[in-house]
Design a protein around this ligand. Structure first.
Ligand SMILES: O=C(O)c1cc(C(=O)O)c2c(n1)C(=O)C(=O)c1cc(C(=O)O)[nH]c1-2
Length: 248
């Protein structure tokens, strides 16, 4: 039910959002099946981690854009924790640092990863579209775009188990990013879901919330399509993008 013809109750809205996740979340993408099933080479896993860094780096910027439009001090305070979770603070590393531990472990130079020079064009377009979407949309729609996180803990668990079992180049230590998200993501997603259920009170607002989740599923899906096309088949690596053989 992605086109609304009547106002939903808060629980019906939640059910509609969860149905979108079941049908469209990127756990269903063939690239993830290959990644978690141990079917990729080191170079292909490097390409994934390097591109995914762009997403990680964009998340605190998107959360800052969201905060800039919130007038409620309490909500800003809660939301600010997300920026700290990713950027860290003095004597406390954040998620971006933990992501760089993963790319270090895969043998990628930090400067190169952080420069985003080797990222696929589609990765950059997708993550910047997410930042811009949040900057432009009203608060309840912007908040709901993070609701893909409702479905993230399951994929993080699958990834930790699958990558540890299937790749001899992956050590437990480098997967700390995902272990930490197992606590953070449910806290963030539950908060956002509760907010959306209490604040999307018209058909137009509920439609906006649903469309935001569809948009966000597409942001995630498009990144994996691009990785698949470049590094699995047909192997169309765009000019200037990461080529595993150059870093072997
Ligand atoms: O590994 C994943 O599949 C995955 C997906 C998502 C998501 O659903 O957007 C996030 C994350 N991880 C994640 O680690 C993370 O910090 C995060 C923040 C957000 C967001 O939209 O605010 N999504 C996600």
């Amino acid at each position: 039910m992605t086109r609304l013809t009547r106002l939903l109750s808060p629980d019906e809205l939640e059910a509609a959002l969860r149905a979108i996740g079941r049908e469209r979340y990127h756990n269903l993408h063939p690239f993830h099946h290959l990644l978690h099933g141990g079917k990729l080479s080191l170079g292909q896993v490097q390409a994934w981690a390097l591109n995914r860094y762009c997403y990680q780096a964009a998340i605190p910027r998107k959360d800052a854009a969201l905060i800039s439009k919130i007038h409620d001090r309490e909500l800003r305070r809660v939301w600010a924790q997300r920026i700290i979770d990713h950027d860290g603070r003095e004597q406390e590393e954040g998620g971006i640092e933990r992501w760089l531990v993963l790319t270090d472990g895969l043998g990628l130079p930090r400067d190169y990863v952080i420069s985003r020079e080797g990222a696929l064009p589609a990765t950059v377009f997708a993550v910047e579209a997410y930042v811009r979407f949040v900057a432009e949309q009203p608060p309840v729609v912007a908040v709901s775009s993070c609701l893909t996180e409702l479905f993230a803990p399951a994929i993080h668990k699958e990834r930790i188990v699958g990558m540890l079992e299937n790749y001899d180049f992956i050590e437990d230590r480098v997967l700390a990013y995902f272990r930490r998200r197992l606590d953070q993501a449910p806290r963030d997603a539950d908060f956002a879901l509760d907010y959306v259920k209490r604040h999307a009170l018209t058909i137009a607002e509920q439609q906006g919330v649903i469309d935001a989740l569809l948009f966000k599923c597409n942001v995630l899906w498009a990144q994996l399509d691009a990785l698949y096309a470049a590094y699995v088949a047909p192997g169309m690596v765009p000019p200037g993008a990461f080529r595993p053989e150059d870093w072997a």
